[in-house]
Design a protein around this ligand. Structure first.
Ligand SMILES: [Zn+2]
Length: 269
């Protein structure tokens, strides 16, 4: 091979490599595949399915699969949990279900197995009161133990860790609309409180926003979200979007979606 041809070949290979790399750099990542599980007692889950999925997708690049159990009582078994490998194919599971009387240990274990395989979670409101099996494993998973709530009232939700990316942009204190503040009996060791509300009933600050870790899997949780009017609040929806992105390790240190995970169309001001 003559020297000129060799140099030409080398330059061509270099160009091909460079252009391939450049192209790879601008290919946007695929949307986060989120599974939303809802249903059960005491809340408007058809309404909340829409509020959550549409609200979060205005703030982050997320595609949704929604499984709502038809039960409106405290017992119910969302069909997807019956499938082997039920969480496979999803990047995150959002639990917004309410089944306090589902207490079978094997059923609980089936649900948790889907997370032990490495799928992170967002846990909202009545999810904390589910699956009171003879073990405390569900509570360990969600990060807090709670068995009851106090009266419905509006309260000042304090941002107790403003430096955490999930709380960037959350006010120092947010006056909620009328809500339902849960009593927290225990914070599990890996749980970091991010927000609290004072309960006149228990006379203590109850953790109502947190992050946790279950066997190496990220969990973002909040007990806020009884009423649809709370879920629709932009402050709360912004929080949920940051929490979901954080659970997926797609939130940057400033509380913004990492490159490629902002929504296709920005929310209206
Ligand atoms: Zn509730």
């Amino acid at each position: 091979m003559n020297r000129f041809f060799f140099l030409l070949m080398t330059a061509s290979v270099g160009f091909i490599t460079l252009s391939t790399t450049s192209r790879a750099a601008v290919v946007a990542p695929k949307p986060i595949r989120a599974l939303l599980i809802s249903g059960g007692c005491c809340h408007d889950y058809p309404g909340q399915d829409l509020i959550l999925s549409e609200g979060i997708s205005k703030r982050a690049k997320v595609d949704w699969t929604i499984v709502r159990d038809p039960s409106t009582g405290t017992k119910g078994r969302p069909s997807i949990y019956s499938k082997p490998d039920w969480s496979s194919g999803f990047d995150v599971v959002v639990h917004n279900e309410c089944f306090a009387d589902e207490k079978e240990l094997a059923w609980l274990d089936r649900i948790l197995e889907g997370h032990r395989k490495g799928v992170p979670a967002v846990v909202i409101h009545c999810s904390m009161h589910c699956y009171r099996a003879p073990t405390n494993e569900w509570f360990k998973f969600v990060g807090v133990t709670s068995h009851r709530h106090g009266p419905h009232f509006a309260y000042a939700l304090k941002n107790v860790r403003p430096e955490h990316p999930v709380m960037k942009g959350f006010p120092a204190e947010w006056q909620t609309p009328k809500e339902e503040l849960y009593n927290i009996a225990k914070l599990w060791p890996d749980t970091i409180p991010l927000g609290t509300g004072y309960s006149p009933e228990t006379k203590k600050d109850e953790t109502c926003i947190w992050v946790s870790n279950y066997e190496g899997v990220r969990v973002f949780g909040t007990t806020v979200g009884h009423y649809n009017h709370t879920m629709k609040e932009p402050v709360f929806m912004d929080l949920l979007a940051r929490g979901l992105l954080w659970a997926c390790a797609k939130l940057d240190d400033e509380g913004q979606p990492k490159p490629g995970y902002a929504p296709a169309v920005a929310p209206a001001p």
